[in-house]
Design a protein around this ligand. Structure first.
Ligand code: ADP
Ligand code: UDP
Length: 239
């Protein structure tokens, strides 16, 4: 019997008959301000999943292992069950969001090298910033594991920045999550969609990510569908 293990801000995680496998359901829901603002958007789950599937398949084709096993429907898939490492790995190529407000900067300036920031994943604590020595002292991950995860973030950035550029978008920043398999092996988990990254149109600078919802700029589902179509075309072109 399937059991709902977790219902999050964007997805549900269901235990399957296989203890090593989860069924993920993408929800027609968006949240902001750490869940304090929440709204329903028809078709959003399908659009976010379609983008994440394209990105994870692209990463897999380029040698990056992910949790994805198999598609079940436009809103559901099977993934390898991980013990999640409770960290959010944020990579920033351009000044935006909290990086801008924290340092009193205007959004839009390209950074001379990607900035890497880690946050402790806790809705209750509002995802506080965490550095490497706190991460190792609290035994959340070892230094070696942190190095490995940051190297994966760098590889993802190196692969996706030019891909999104071909799709007419600037990859401003993004958040990744990693998990451990039963043997301790670390893989890329969760998702990669405009819920967790910032994408700006290369020509107009328009926002093509969850900021359209956070800042009340445009319709969320149609924005995600646009990103999906552009990304699909860019990947097809590479083949
Ligand atoms: P949130 O927890 O931020 O509200 P979601 O609604 O996307 O986010 O919920 C998905 C949850 O499942 C997240 O807590 C994420 O860390 C977790 N998760 C993602 N991939 C896996 C996996 N392969 N195994 C176990 N948990 C996962
Ligand atoms: N991000 C995320 N989950 C979070 C916080 C941030 O996916 O809980 C993503 C966010 O979508 C953006 C990047 O991480 O692409 C950097 O976010 P920032 O720290 O600027 O915070 P925000 O302004 O998005 O709250």
């Amino acid at each position: 019997m399937e059991k709902l293990l977790y219902s999050g801000k964007a997805k549900q995680m269901w235990q399957t008959d296989d203890p090593a496998v989860l069924r993920v359901v993408y929800l027609d829901q968006a949240t902001a301000l750490n869940g304090k603002q929440k709204d329903h958007f028809a078709g959003k789950g399908q659009a976010a999943k379609a983008i994440s599937d394209l990105v994870f398949a692209y990463l897999k084709d380029h040698g990056i292992e992910t949790h994805l096993i198999k598609q079940l429907s436009p809103t559901e898939e099977l993934v390898k069950k991980c013990t999640m490492i409770p960290l959010e790995f944020v990579t920033r190529n351009v000044v935006a969001g909290h990086f801008a407000s924290r340092y009193g900067l205007k959004e839009g300036q390209s950074l001379p090298h990607p900035v890497q920031e880690t946050f402790f994943k806790s809705d209750q604590l509002d995802d506080p910033f965490i550095n490497a020595s706190a991460t190792t002292a609290l035994e959340i991950a070892s230094q070696e594991e942190l190095d490995q995860m940051w190297a994966l973030c760098q590889q993802v950035d190196d692969l996706l920045t030019p891909l999104f550029e071909k799709a007419g978008m600037r990859l401003v920043d993004f958040k990744l999550e990693f998990g451990r398999l039963a043997d301790g092996h670390i893989i890329l988990a969760d998702e990669f969609s405009p819920d967790n990254c910032r994408l700006w149109d290369l020509q107009s600078g328009d926002h093509l990510d969850k900021d359209v919802y956070r800042r009340h700029l445009a319709d969320l589902t149609s924005t995600y569908e646009e990103v999906h179509h552009r990304l699909q075309a860019a990947i097809e072109e590479e083949k």
